[in-house]
Design a protein around this ligand. Sequence first.
Ligand code: SAM
Length: 277
Amino acid sequence: MELWFTEKQTPALGITCKVLQTLHREKTPFQEIAVLDTEQYGRMLVLNGMVQLTIGDEFIYHEMLAHVPLHSHPAPRHVLIVGGGDGGTAREVLRHPQVEKVTLVEIDRRVVDVSRHFLPEVSCSFDDQRMEVLFEDGVTYLLGRQAEYDIILVDAPEPIGQAARLFSREFYEGVLRALRPDGIFAAQTESPFVNSDLIARVYREVRGIFPMARLYLAPVPTYPSGLWSFTIGSKHYDPELPLRESGLEGSLRYYNAGVHKAAFQLPNFVRKLLDGE
Ligand code: SAM
């Protein structure tokens, strides 16, 4: 008998994959975690029935969330990741030799444990000496910080439950305070097809708080609609221009300087969304 998994992405849309094996399922105090082995994309991490990553396409999301802001900063030494308990974003950040310390604040310890066990190619970052992992609410942690980070990355799930505050104005104001005077922040901000209101609101708020705000796009096949957005707020450097040659391009699968610049070229329907038309 064939087994298929469907994520109901909206009341009218879903993604369905053939499942070879259910490797893990548990309920934590925060969410339900599952790891599936899918035929098309390999292992898949699912939280509350929603796809967080697959081995087949995670490189696009993680490279784009990490390398766009990191290549726009001349000396990214201290990086904060909020969420991101699978370790994929940290893996990309740690490729930069200038990075001295990565602090990852994840609310659910079990996401890290399960990822370490079932997704070693993603969670390999946790073995790096430069990693500090804290298990607590990312908003509470961040609101107590002042001018500490060069880069802040928000690798949050869908904006519901405990993750909703990671998309709030209060949180973005905290991000501004927690960044050093030339810091950069980037967050995943969902799909322009499915979450246009959220994107428009977040962009408006970030633009009102940061000296510079930009949106960039990348394809992520297993996320709703396949087209994904990231919102960036910068205090000093223009995030559209990769500032430095990192020498990493040979080891990356998606990101390069051309992709960096192209990702900021927005189609008209997304531009309109940001202009509030
Ligand atoms: N790349 C993914 C996506 O867009 O679907 C997000 C992946 S990562 C697994 C998201 C993590 O954020 C989860 O492990 C979840 O436990 C964590 N998280 C949710 N709310 C949080 C909060 N308030 N503070 C810190 N971590 C949080």
